[in-house]
Design a protein around this ligand. Sequence first.
Ligand code: GLC
Length: 565
Amino acid sequence: MLRCTRILTVVLLIAGATFMSAQKPVGPGHEWWKRAVFYELYPRSFADSNNDGIGDLNGITSKMGYLRDLGVDAIWISPCFPSPQVDFGYDVSDYENIDPMYGTLKDFDAMAAEGKKQGVRIIFDFVVNHSSDKHPWFVESSASKTNPKRDWYIWRDGKADGGPPNNWISTFGGSAWKLDPRTGQFYYHYFYAEQPDLNWRNPEVQKAMYDATRFWYKRGVSGFRLDAVDTLFEVANLQDNPVLPGTNHFGDPETDEKYNKKLPEVHDVMRGLRKVADEHGAVLIGETWTDNIAELKEYYGEKNDEIQMPMNFLFTEVNKISAPEFRSQIAAAESTGQWPVWVISNHDIVRSYNRYGDGQHNDAIAKLLAGLYLTLRGTPIMYYGEELGMENNTPTRKEDVQDPIGRRGWPEEKGRDGERTPMQWSDAPNAGFSTAKPWLPVPNSYKTHNVATESKDPESILNFYKRVLALRHKNEALIEGSYVALNEADANVLAYLRKYEGKAVLVVLNMSGAAQESNIDLAAQGLSNEKVRDLVNTASKAEKGKAPLKVSLEPFGVYMAETSQ
Ligand code: GLC
């Protein structure tokens, strides 16, 4: 009898599933992170609840409503774990706690609960390659050559002449080896000396790190952004890297980092982290700097068992508004057959407002970029303040610089302070971020480019973002639709369709400072001209009903419409 009931239940479940799938195809596009819009925020700079000049978790909690109204589904918070802050949190001294500067674990719980209420998931930033030199693991490891944690980091004898074990260079300047006089050995650090590299060849390290992700999954995070994954392994025999001509910003010789970067073992760790993530329905986002799209594709895993969302930084390397260049980057991403991840700014690169702005049409260009990366097939990751047209506030004097690489590399390398300034909430002093002097100054443009002012202006960048994000959330073609490039020979206008089940969204972007006209042959795509209905637009219009569809765009204008078969 019991068995019969079970069989009946199974039959009903299968029938139910078939019925549901007839209603809505359960395709790959239905995983939550494919529908979501992600938003990176730098916790020092987002919202300061206790007015000490530095942002905190309670501040983030207080802005959950803003994030929901904007159309954000998940926030990636740059590291907020206990840290001596040498690299502003990317030097972690405890992977399972919150830095008191940002709050407590209880504050985290409150933030996660509020996020749940508002439909905003939390993604944490996992610094996998290295810890802080103040992490108890490293403190123990450096205590003696026989300490049980000695092999948790990479220790080696120097050369006979007393020099470092090899010629590897730290990406933040100088040798990648530091001599520790206590044991007379060198330890390896790809980043600052205060960020010793963990030895991922040691199974105990792997277990400890996997467990740290479990800790946060159980506490409510929905995934991790994995920091600097390409630096996890080095060859065991520590061969010298080939020396190339020239020097870098810090005056070090250029080298080909073939023996300490992008080693194949990285993929084993990605699979390991993914296995744990899958136990919790979580997503992994990769800081995946690559030289080409084939390399990026590898991070998804041969069996799609590595990172679900490796970030496509090749896109950020298109540093000018150019229809052909963006078109070819999109085509490259599409050619992988994988789910793309679009990024235009982050805490390590100059803000898009400055990289693409021409000084005359900057706001129009900010909208144009939103019209692009929020409507492509794939998941976009915004950077806080992009929705306002926040600009970079690059320091002009060395003594003002906070980021150590800016002090070390001045004036060639000015550091990353400029892209990390406080969020601009209003036109009050310090952009309404804090009543105390913020840790970094806001640019003067905060007076016009801030949440309060822009909320009142229907034509603001903020309201444009909101409209595009709202559209993206309700229009199936923008989430599920295939990408079809149009008018591929056009040097000025980037046009494409997102096609889904007989319906389509048309996106036409004028990537030039001159007015343009674009003729779109919808019939050739099996779509109707008569059914064209305007969606979100700026500085553009279309003559409907006639074929081809004639779209007129002012400089950097955006035209979006929907149509169907
Ligand atoms: C990543 C982070 C960067 C940090 C570095 C070292 O590149 O994005 O901000 O300085 O890793 O952890």
